[in-house]
Write a protein that binds this ligand. Sequence first.
Ligand SMILES: Cc1cc2nc3c(=O)[nH]c(=O)nc-3n(C[C@H](O)[C@H](O)[C@H](O)COP(=O)(O)OP(=O)(O)OC[C@H]3O[C@@H](n4cnc5c(N)ncnc54)[C@H](O)[C@@H]3O)c2cc1C
Length: 385
Amino acid sequence: MTDVVVIGAGISGAACAWELASRGVRTTLVERWHPAAMGSGWSLAGVRQSGRHPAELPLARAAVDRWAALDEALGAKTFYRRQGNLRLARTAAEADVIERLVREQSAAGLDIEFLGDHDAIRAVAPAIGPAAIAGSLCRSDGHADAVASVQAFVAAARRHGAELRVGERVLAIEIAGGRVAGVTTDKGRIAAGAVVLAAGIFGNELLRPLGLEVPLALHMVTVLRSTPTTRRLDQVIGVANADCAGRQEVDGRWRATSGVEPWHGELIDGDAPRVPCAAEALAGTVSKFGALVPEFRAARIAEIWAGLIDLTPDALPVLDAPAAAPQGLVIGMGFSGHGFCLGPVTGAILADLATTGASEFPIAPFGLARFGAMRGSAEPVTLHG
Ligand SMILES: Cc1cc2nc3c(=O)[nH]c(=O)nc-3n(C[C@H](O)[C@H](O)[C@H](O)COP(=O)(O)OP(=O)(O)OC[C@H]3O[C@@H](n4cnc5c(N)ncnc54)[C@H](O)[C@@H]3O)c2cc1C
């Protein structure tokens, strides 16, 4: 018997398990493969407020505050660096898009500035080539290490007494008398008074038998990662139309992503899930990111993978203990390509919902009921780190 079962050790589930355990709640974190095996490990790991939907901005700002103190709180390195996010324009039309974004987000109180020409960009990021003719800079954005951050949450949760069960797949959420009673896994049964579903793109497999579903369109993004090289770029780089993004990690490895394409549906199951990526996407990323950061073209690519994006109809997540769900069920899914940054706050919200049924964070826009019968997605994916 445990108080809460958390399904999925991505950043959402791991952060939630840490929050729960550190509040003295008996917590069991169940992970099908290993921590950060999916979205959180595949991520560019940008910690970004700029470009956020107004509903998400308060959460992103609260998350950025938390990231600054996280290494100390978790007793481990997340490699978080507050070094800015640059969103670049390559055409006059893209510059207009970015200028509008800066106006709107400045009005919302964000420290974001418009860089009106290439010289202004080079003054803050000398590695950026002449293809970038304008951009926005949010100095309080940044990045962290994707895998190290999740591992830090998991280790801290365990130190507070959470049980971690890896290589164990939850097969069903059990219901008794209209409320959650635990989960059935491929290894047995875990009784619990509450279940937090943070299983990323697989969440619907467990919701559908309960008559619930988060409408998701699944997309894929290809990522290239180089060997370590001299550090030349501090900021995370995005572009106005989101057809590439990238950054340099703390040890100098480049991590560059493609734009978004529909997922072909193939996932190779092994020690970790792998998504085969399209050769064309690799070439496109080298060409597009290489045009922005010319020295990326000389990088030696050590790893290539594709990651999946769980896009909801409004590109906002579900953070909810829905009234239509059995009592004790909490859902944290559908982060639509920008859930890594939110992790520390997502964890707190999911833990609040699991223990009290409410949260002081402004989560009204993230209820499951908002979708009604809506399916598919009307929103473009905006992957900007
Ligand atoms: C290429 C790429 C770049 C990105 N860049 C950024 C970025 O720069 N900034 C940003 O904020 N976001 C970014 N994102 C999005 C971000 O990575 C995700 O939104 C976030 O990591 C989601 O975390 P999660 O914990 O909710 O889900 P996940 O990390 O997907 O975790 C879900 C976990 O549940 C486990 N699981 C699934 N089913 C079961 C089951 N039945 N039983 C047990 N365990 C199960 C999985 O193995 C997995 O570990 C990016 C995503 C991708 C793919």
